[in-house]
Write a protein that binds this ligand. Structure first.
Ligand SMILES: *Cc1c(COP(=O)(O)O)cnc(C)c1O
Length: 361
């Protein structure tokens, strides 16, 4: 059935190998592989859990981690919740997740209470905001960070496992030696205060890995959390390709449901499209237009790149995608399929859509 995601397990595994070579072998960092962009797909997560160079599996949602929490102990891995826990999910968090990223003492206290109830110790990564302005204790409030660390250290039920930061998400701030050094500096002061070394200092996501091959990663950073780099091979700081990775480990394939010669300009008064936008069109005369059975309910039409370079994406609506196939006229017919590489948003949406099938090759 179409549309479907085609997941090439060998290529994904080889992307993890390439990321591990950079992160672990060259960078001396442990590696969290982030599973949210494939909606914690069980088949892929089993492969990741078995991979000898992966240390942690991380996801933003407890529901996703639940799907693979049984694989952690057998393969010697730990699970990590990336999004700050909601108060309403703390029971599940403690039950199913080993480590979580946190920035609020009220939440950490509630986790500690729940963990004591369940007879467990939950590990905490204390997040520091270096200016991207999403999660984390603000780096300028150093005294508050030190107090928080000391309080966590003194609590039963939780263990201060490490510190971390997240960049290039909300504020699109690029990780550099200077901003990550601030995290290292604060972590050093925390270690002095609690009198022991932290297990890990997590230096960010796929936008941080470039610092290793540019030889500019601060020494003290000891962990990276990688999603887009192992899935799509993208260095998300400057848009380069992570050395040794490929961009086509995951593809989308969709089927042609109409293929006709029609004008490139709609005819009549232009109002708003199905999503309330006023569209603009380029007059290319009569073109060969294909409609595919895939749309914005399934993926992000603008984030799809046809493998056949002669094809151009014109746009889409909820259930349709429209292509200009003039340059490959005659090579396709109704019922044929078209394959696409994906950008991050398109992959995220396709893997969470109930309408998109998965095929593993
Ligand atoms: C999603 C996420 C990641 C992974 O991001 P990529 O850019 O896909 O590597 C890492 N950390 C946090 C906190 C996240 O939410």
């Amino acid at each position: 059935m179409y549309p479907k995601l085609i997941i090439d397990m060998k290529k994904l595994e080889s992307n993890i190998d390439a990321c591990a070579k950079i992160t672990r072998d060259d960078g001396g960092c442990s590696m969290m592989i982030v599973t949210k962009c494939l909606c914690a797909d069980r088949v892929v997560c089993e492969m990741i859990a078995k991979h000898p160079k992966v240390d942690f599996l991380a996801d933003s949602r407890v529901e996703n981690i639940k799907k693979y929490s049984d694989l952690m102990a057998p393969y010697g891995k730990q699970s990590v919740l990336l999004r700050l826990p909601m108060m309403c999910e703390i029971e599940d968090l403690v039950k199913h997740v080993d480590i979580s990223q946190n920035s609020e003492m009220a939440t950490i206290r509630a986790i500690a209470e729940e963990a004591k109830k369940q007879g467990k110790t939950h590990r905490i990564i204390l997040m520091v905001d270096l200016g991207d302005l999403r999660e984390g204790m603000f780096y300028q409030d150093e005294i508050k960070i030190l107090e928080a660390a000391a309080e966590i250290e003194a609590m039963d039920g939780v263990e201060l496992y490490g510190m971390g930061t997240n960049l290039t998400c909300y504020g699109a701030i690029i990780p550099k030696n200077d901003n990550l050094s601030i995290l290292c500096d604060i972590a050093g002061k925390v270690e002095a205060k609690i009198g022991r070394k932290l297990e890990l200092i997590s230096g960010g996501n796929s936008s941080s890995i470039y610092l290793i091959w540019k030889n500019d990663m601060p020494e003290k950073i000891s962990n990276l959390r990688l999603g887009e780099s192992f899935l799509l091979g993208n260095d998300t700081a400057y848009g380069e390709t992570d050395p040794g990775t490929c961009h086509d480990a995951v593809l989308v394939e969709a089927q042609i449901i109409e293929l006709k010669d029609k004008p490139s300009l709609p005819i009549g008064e232009v109002g708003k499209d199905a999503f309330g936008n006023v569209p603009e069109y380029e007059d290319r005369g009569i073109i060969s237009r294909a409609i595919l059975g895939i749309g914005k309910q399934d993926t992000e039409v603008d984030g799809m790149i046809p493998l056949d370079e002669r094809i151009e994406v014109l746009g889409g609506s909820s259930d349709h995608m429209i292509l200009d196939m003039t340059k490959c006229k005659g090579d396709y017919k109704v019922g044929d399929t078209v394959k696409f590489r994906l950008e991050y948003g398109a992959l995220l949406k396709a893997s969470t859509s109930a309408y998109v099938e998965k095929e593993y090759i």
